[in-house]
Design a protein around this ligand. Structure first.
Ligand code: PSV
Ligand code: MN
Ligand code: MN
Length: 388
């Protein structure tokens, strides 16, 4: 076994929240391809999420998206999740799919539209109360397409006011998590383009406001692990939306485009204490599976996160610290790369077996018969509601 008892204890802490929308059909503006067995409602999405947890032991919570996951009885949905061994996680609001939001939601110059968007978030807080969820995640599609289209500064003020009204309705154990994204669907400016803007808005709101870092929402070449370090240092990293991107916000399987980047991020998480419960950091996936089957796509994803965390835990921090102190650049880099280059797959398989799980969750899923069962049972599965 490559891992020490301490490292194993750290590994044990990893819990990844999966998004309900990952189980629905998704695609691009060109085409949404269906996959067999796609869930028809939130109940079935939760069942699929529970299967991912059952086979990996890594995904005990599922995030909902309102109104995509609107149901009449949230108490019953909460119970359904509990019966299947998972819980309801983050509640994601949606102010981007209705015509009213064409020119923005919380940052819109029209007070009536802002009212509607604020009320939607207050409804989401009610859903949180019923489901026991503690986090309200806000991603705004707000922005403009042309210079001069709207008053950038007034929009920022509108958004600050609207966020304050939402924030005021949070319960003591509830938080607001503000996600940033530098472009799309707006192409000239977005109202929360970067971590700095999100942080500024969060600082104005109060302690219960945190930044959500979606790994797909940065310009190419951005040093994402630096942002992770800084937000952890300031105690303001609320959650991750993990995914991979090659070009734009593709929401591909986390760790597929650049496992080394994921390793570097997980190292900063270890370094900054993000695995400790009191850090308040939620590790979430925000992905869609356009071509591949959804459940194995999510299994692969959580395994990728675990694998890069395991390698990050192997960084010899004492040796690294000494090399850094000595300004021995190549020795320090070598310590880092030694950990990244370590194959931990056999150790993780052994870890799974020690917990009564299959050594190979992908193979276990293929052999489980679950895909055949849902393919036969579910006809006319739903779209995620979003083209990736
Ligand atoms: C759009 O970019 C997006 O992928 C954001 O990352 C949100 O988290 C997600 O949609 C769900 O609303
Ligand atoms: Mn996201
Ligand atoms: Mn995104």
């Amino acid at each position: 076994m490559t891992f020490t008892t301490d490292q194993l204890a750290q590994l044990e802490k990893l819990a990844i929240e999966v998004p309900s929308w990952a189980y629905g059909n998704s695609g691009t503006r060109f085409r949404v391809f269906g996959t067999p067995g796609t869930p028809r409602d939130p109940w079935e999405k939760i069942a699929d999420a529970a299967k991912v947890h059952e086979l990996t032991g890594l995904a005990p919570a599922v995030a909902l998206h309102i109104p995509w996951d609107k149901v009449d009885d949230y108490d019953a949905l909460k119970q359904h999740a509990a019966d299947l061994g998972v819980k309801i996680g983050t509640i994601n609001s949606n102010t981007f799919q209705d015509d009213e939001y064409k020119f923005g939601s919380l940052a819109n110059s029209d007070a009536g539209v802002r009212r509607r968007a604020i009320d939607h978030h207050l409804d989401c807080i009610e859903v949180m109360k019923a489901t026991g969820s503690t986090d309200l995640k806000i991603w705004l599609a707000d922005g403009t397409n042309y210079p001069g289209q709207d008053d950038l500064r007034a929009r920022q003020d509108h958004m600050a006011e609207a966020l304050a009204e939402i924030y005021a309705q949070l319960g003591d154990d509830q938080r607001l998590v503000l996600e940033y994204k530098f472009f799309e669907p707006a192409f000239y400016h977005t109202d929360v383009p970067d971590w700095g803007t999100s942080l500024v808005q969060c600082l104005a709101l109060g302690d219960k406001a945190r930044v959500c870092l979606d790994t797909g929402h940065h310009a190419p070449g951005t040093n994402i692990e630096f942002i992770v370090m800084q937000l952890l240092r300031l105690g303001r990293l609320g959650s991750f939306d993990f995914n991979s991107r090659f070009y734009a916000d593709d929401d591909l399987i986390v760790g597929s485009a650049d496992p080394f980047q994921l390793f570097r991020i997980m190292y900063e998480c270890v370094r900054g204490g993000a695995l400790d419960a009191d850090s308040g950091v939620v590790f979430m996936l925000d992905q869609c599976h356009n071509l591949e089957l959804k459940v194995p796509g999510q299994i692969r994803s959580v395994l990728n996160v675990q694998e890069m965390l395991a390698r990050a835990l192997l960084v010899d921090r004492e040796a690294l610290g000494q090399a850094q102190q000595d300004h021995d650049v190549l020795a320090a880099h070598g310590v880092f790369m030694d950990a990244f280059s370590t194959d931990v797959r056999a150790d993780l398989a052994a870890w799974r077996e020690s917990k009564g799980l299959s050594a190979d969750p992908m193979a276990a899923y293929a052999a489980s018969g679950y895909q055949e069962k849902i393919t036969a049972e579910r006809v006319g599965g739903t779209q995620a509601g979003w083209g990736a």
